[in-house]
Design a protein around this ligand. Structure first.
Ligand code: 13P
Length: 303
């Protein structure tokens, strides 16, 4: 079957099943094209919480499907490829978190949404890269914050607060390993370009950025900036909406590291198969879901 046949069969089945397709900006172009909703981690969670559809097909990675299951326990959440995990989410275990809680008994635990449901269940509040600073500032009674599992995001947030931020030592491999030298090279090749970075990049790279923000903040920046050339420090999937919205601008990826292999595991073929078989389902057990939902709801209440 060719691309457009697959796409129209998926759309037909979504209608039949009363389903919606949610896709992250890092998804393949052909998947983004047929999504009901395209967004960053925060917007996707909000959409999942609000949808009236009975079936949510998540074109994203495992923690995103888990968040949908946590927020909408009565809906069927499908993740078309169960191996589509997040290496950053795997950088912490409940046992390691428990030890850190014992070491810092007064710290509030702020957990990046890129984490398992079980880790969220042991957290005080969640955050995404869109709202991390706001979430930390909202914790008026806490002077000390344990930010898990992304150390780069934690160090970035620390610039905006006088609370003590304790970073976990996790990282997203594709953001973390972008090198300052790669950015310097891209800047030398494109002297008029601005450089924008995701806060999951390492501190030396963030330091070089003209703008730092979540995927949706980067998209908004590119839409409104007068710059004609932009070096984009995040996963290459974001090039799809950037090019579509700004056909007159030039976007440059500075590093070959910026490809999330697990996001790319979701294909039109496995979305179709998943809708046909209604598998694989992601369902978070109630004992984990309820405390995890508390942490997510607390975040969603902050606007
Ligand atoms: P955003 O919240 O910017 O969508 O970040 C998503 C993500 O997983 C980055 O790796």
């Amino acid at each position: 079957m060719n691309r457009s046949d697959l796409q129209s069969e998926i759309r037909d089945l979504l209608r039949e099943r009363n389903g919606i397709l949610l896709a992250h900006y890092y998804q393949r172009e052909e998947v983004q094209e047929i999504a009901d909703f395209l967004g960053d981690s925060l917007a996707l969670s909000i959409e999942a919480a609000q949808t009236e559809a009975e079936v949510i097909v998540f074109a994203g990675v495992h923690f995103m499907a888990e968040s949908a299951s946590i927020l909408c326990p009565d809906k069927t959440v499908l993740l078309p490829h169960l191996d589509a995990g997040c290496p950053l989410a795997d950088k912490i275990t409940p046992g390691a978190l428990e030890k850190a809680r014992q070491r810092y008994p007064d710290a509030a635990v702020v957990t990046y949404i890129n984490s398992s449901a079980e880790i969220k269940a042991h957290s005080d509040i969640c955050c995404t890269s869109s709202n991390a600073v706001k979430v930390v500032k909202s914790l008026q009674d806490s002077r000390q914050i344990l930010m898990i599992p992304d150390g780069n995001l934690a160090r970035y947030v620390a610039r905006f607060t006088d609370k003590e931020i304790i970073p976990w030592d996790g990282y997203c491999p594709f953001h973390h390993f972008v090198q300052p030298e790669e950015i310097a090279r891209a800047k030398a090749e494109h002297p008029d370009a601005l450089f924008i970075a995701h806060p999951e990049c390492n501190a030396a790279v963030v330091e070089m950025a003209d703008f730092v923000g979540s995927t949706s903040a980067m998209i908004e920046f590119c839409r409104t900036t007068e710059a004609k050339e932009i070096i984009v420090g995040t996963e290459i999937g974001i090039m799809t909406p950037l090019k579509k919205q700004n056909p007159e601008k030039i976007f440059i990826s500075p590093s070959e590291h910026l490809v999330c292999q697990t996001m790319k595991m979701i294909t039109l073929e496995n979305i179709l198969e998943s809708l046909k078989t209604m598998k694989p389902v992601v369902k978070v057990p109630e004992a984990i879901r309820i405390p995890a939902k508390r942490a997510l709801d607390r975040m969603l209440a902050i606007r």
